[in-house]
Design a protein around this ligand. Sequence first.
Ligand SMILES: [Zn+2]
Length: 263
Amino acid sequence: MNCKICNNDTKVIFHREVLHKYKINYHQCTTCSFIQTDEPFWLDEAYKDPINIDDTGLISRNLMFAKRSSAVLFYLFNSKKKFLDFAGGYGLFTRLMRDYGFNFYWMDPYTQNLFAKGFEFNPSSKQKIEAVTAFECFEHFVQPLNEIENLIKLSDNILFSTKLFTVNTPKPDEWDYYAFSHGQHIAFYSRKTLKFIAKKYGLNLYSNGKSFHLLTRRKTNNTLFNFLLKLSLLGFPELIRFLMGTKIFSDSQLIINKKKQQI
Ligand SMILES: [Zn+2]
């Protein structure tokens, strides 16, 4: 099996049961260290419910992503422009970002938008997206490079999360991110893998080294990126909400007016 990222050779590092029934090999690239499963034939079964019912961290993760994203997007990008949350799930993150004052839109072909109705992204719109966010998606990608290329078509700036493994490849029982029981995680990255991707597309990579990363055409520095993530825990998002002006009330008015027009 060739590496789906750099096309070089891979070797099988272990096998495990996925969804408690399929014995699957995990392959690691000898060049960029990317880990991929056998071709994932079990995904229809794994995605019966697109959002895992045992994912109890969904809300707190969205709150944290919104804080971190507000700090990074406000400081490093033009915060007045349009933003997009790719694979936005129930729309919680999009709503939270609009609460902070960002003009955020939602898209997700697989999940129903519950919290950001009225702010669906229109792909035929020619308006440029300042940055696209993609949280907890990369590890689900069957064809990562195609997906990343689609993201780059939307924007040169991609703020995303996926847990990295460190220099030592974790053994199957050492890393719960392999998530054998739900079978949705099929692509695993190290910093080396992300660096390869950045180089391939002429982008710069900034990362906290763990789970939060930025691929961007712009030049900044990793110290600043990490400083912004620290600031996001210290009330900076509240200052941003004050400076930008929350969209909580204006969005409500917008939706009421839309409803009136439909009557
Ligand atoms: Zn590779």
